[in-house]
Every structure is written in structure tokens, then in C-alpha cells.
Design a protein around this ligand. Sequence first.
Ligand code: COI
Length: 355
Amino acid sequence: MNQLIERRKVTARKEKPDSASLGFGKYFTDYMFVMDYEEERGWHDPRITPYEPVHLDPSASVFHYGQAVFEGLKAYRSEDGRVLMFRPDQNIKRLNKSLRRMSMPPLDEKLALEALIQLVELEQEWIPIEKGTSLYIRPFVIATEPSLGVRPSKRYKFMVVLTPVGSYYGDQLKPIRIYVEDEYVRAVTGGVGDVKTSGNYAASLQAQRKAEELGYDQVLWLDGVEKKYAEEVGSMNIFFIINGEAVTPALNGSILGGITRASVIELLKSWGIRVREEQVAIDDIYEAAMRGEVSEVFGTGTAAVISPVGALHIHGETIELNNGLIGEVSERLYETIAGIQVGKVRDSFRWVVEV
Ligand code: COI
């Protein structure tokens, strides 16, 4: 691979954390990637630098009007020592979709991919190898122009940081408890719910805190207009297995199009399981669950992978699902996707990229 990206060296390498204490996003590697944008010059100066604080003007528009987008993907170490990434091209496409929606300049997709690959290659010693661990890659773009006018910034920074991670919710396959949120809403069609902009997550925190105080792990958002239809969970998309078929909310413009979601749909179809992408009324889920027709519920996401749901709190009532155990489909999906990601299961969809 060509060394396209200029590199400044660190003086000392950090100590690597032990795998049991990883958690999610607590430790950062020695290097990061940075590239700048100015209206007159376009994107320029791609570089790998030591992981270090960023110098920004207090009037940088990201602090005031929130032009900020991000992505999340992972790199894995296979048993035979290869470094693998899962569908990175899809993350870069989605990053550009988010950038365009937030009036920010899109990136050259080839260069962005090369940046991820070169950074991961340089930092490959940080990829943990225990089951369920990986090196999480966080690309993001922020507006840096010092200006208080409400208009698109003329300057930006694209950065990529890396963090070795374990499972997002603690115990990967322990079913989580979900609170169906019927007070706050996340997004409406025509808004920014279908892109990965930072404000969506800031806006979710209050409901997330409420759910935690009530003893739940995550919030399931309903649509922002009628509060009737399931949309997505705080950090993942949602699937219901009803009478042997998979049902997931259709991408209606206010839901984030997850890359794990798309992969799960392809896998389920390849196994002969029918997948319905449609409007999913939460009252229909409640009634189906009461009739004993909902055998499994699970979330899908890069951070979460496949996360079984053991309880759903709907309109004041908690429905226990599958006796709080992981379901068959969820388990098979997890083993297959996680297996493909680490090169253990045949990658018949050609999702994996070797670094
Ligand atoms: C991811 O799954 O990568 C996400 O970005 C979700 C969350 C950690 C913000």
C-alpha cells in the first residue's frame, strides 16, 4: 500500500489495557488521522498524527450550531493473524450522506477509506483478540470556522480515532431491557434522524436517563408525529420475530439505515426467513406478544452487534420475552455475523475487507 498519508511519530507508546477492562470507548490508541477543509482549498493535508488534543477557536461553529457528524465501524484480528474490517465502504457512504444533509463538504470516498486502512494498519497491535472484542473506529467531521453567523461553516476537520472495545452493554448476549418511550421523540421525517449527526444523540440522553432510572437499558423510540410506530433503539435498529417472520421498521426517512441492519436482512433472507420492512405499530407488537406470537426481539448495530431484548416496557406494562433468554435466531445471527467479522465463518457476501 502506498504511504499516502504523512505521519508524525509519537515519542512513547501508551500501555495497552487488558481485555477484561475494555468496556466501550474508554481507551484511545497512540495515533489519529486528521484532514482539513477550507472553502478555497477543499479537503487537504491528510495526516496521521499522535493522538492529541485539538486546538479550536471558542467561536468554532461546531460549538454553537452543531455541524458535527460521525461514524462507527470495527477492525478485527482473525485467528490466523489477518486484520479485517466489516463493510467500511458502507460507513463512508453513510458519512457522506450525513455530511451532505448537514451542509458539510463530502469526502473523497477512496481517500477516506485509505485513511482508515492506514491508521488501522499502523495501530494493529491495539486490536484485542478475545471473543467479542475489537478495535472500534470513530471517524467524525466538525465545523471549525470561528463565526457566529447561522450558515454552513467554511472550514472543517475530518478526524479518525481508534478505541479497543469489549461488548457495548457489558455481557454481549445477556438480553437487555427496553423502555418504549412515549413522552420524548427522536426524529421526524424531513428532519435529521436518518443521518448520524451528533445532536441526535444529545437529544436522546434525557430519555435514556429516564429509562435507566426506571431499570431499563435502552429506549425504543416511536415515530415523532403519532407516537404509534416503532422506529429504532438508542444505539441500534430493532427486529421482531413474529410467527417465524422477521419484522423491522422500514427506513422511512427518520430512522438510521444501519449497516448491521442491512446485513441481517440479507442473512435472514439467505436462510429462508421472510423479512418484512414496514411500519410497525407498537400496539400490534403488544397484542402479538400477548398472544405469544413474538418469539424474539433483538437490536442490531455496529457497537451492539446483535443484542437480544428480554423485556419491553410498553404503556406502563413490562412484557417479558422468551423467558429472558437469548432466542435461536438472535444467537445464530450473532454467531454468523461475529464469525464473518473475525474470518471464522465463510464470507459469502464479500463483506470483509482485509487491511
Ligand atoms: C455504533 O453502533 O457504532 C454507534 O455509533 C452507536 C453508538 C455507539 C452511538
